[in-house]
Design a protein around this ligand. Sequence first.
Ligand code: FA5
Length: 359
Amino acid sequence: MSEQPQSSDRWSSEIDTLVTRCVAELAASPTEIALREAYARYGGQKGAVKRAVQAAITAAPKERKREVGQVGNAALQQIDGAFESRKRVLADEARGRDLARTVDVTLPGRAPRAGHLHPLTHTRREIERIFAQLGFSLATGPQVETDFHNFEALAMPKDHPARDMQDTFYVAGAKDVLLRTHTSPVQIRTMLAQRPPVRVICPGPVYRRDDDPTHSPMFHQVEGLVVDEQVTFGDLKGTLLHFVRAFFGPATGIRLRPSFFPFTEPSAEVDLSCVFCALQPKTRSPDAGCRTCKGTGWLEVGGAGMVDPEVFRHVDYDSERYTGFAFGFGIDRMAMLKYRISDIRLLYEGDQRLLEQFQ
Ligand code: FA5
């Protein structure tokens, strides 16, 4: 009796069936991924054919193990061959599709979309440009400030009621460290670092516990500081007027209303003639007014005043010899007025429909 395995052996016909099924599945695989998956199901390490061959070898009597192994190897080689030939067919088909594809070179090109500056950046740069022309240089300070620079040296000691209006975010675990509430601490840092004459503007983010359509918890201010001999309130007014006209247009007016800031004396709120109504030639009349300016014809944009001698004392400037003026404007407020943006929160939402208008 021949030692060749008989086709009647159960294990042999089981392997035959699996190979037939596998070859059919490989030949029908529509993609390389499907092909590899089908191969893994049968011929892979844990595939059905591999397992059947392994089981047959284990079950065969010792003297037949070798020949069972040979039949198994032949089956696996058949699967490998079917896999390779289907892979070639799929690759040929893919190449054929690539070659058949035509490119319409007459179609218009699609330019990549370039990024652009945020309206607040445009506004800040425009402010910097105008003041640079007046001989101001740029000064910056940290956004995480000390109580000394933000309040104390600006004549707002711990129990001063003016602090309430700027209640802010304190840094937990650090004594007297906070997110600056205004850009005025940069005045102090500048004066501590240099002697007069001083002529700087200091733009940057500031933080307060505010949140409504015209007040954001994080917003931007630009501070201005001029210190020299014989600096007067007239210089302050002339500088502000020049600035608003350069920024909003030559018909813009300003109004200084008496006010109070602990670090300036005298102090003023700076109002701008309403860009929505008072500047329109047709409506510029004593009763000019709209909803934005609440019927007054004026819009508040910042505070200003002559530097208080108490501030000079903190930075060791001689207040008998030097005088100075300072101002602080809201950059967001100015961007809203210039670009007619009704809600400050729109500036921070990243909505493309708004931002795309500032290409
Ligand atoms: C100050 O912050 C003073 N440091 C300004 C100053 C500087 C006065 C130098 C004198 C000398 P005030 O709190 O009024 O002042 O803020 C100034 C401007 O910041 C406001 O007029 C307004 O335009 C803007 N502003 C204030 N709070 C907010 C807010 N939450 N969101 C947006 N803008 C704000």
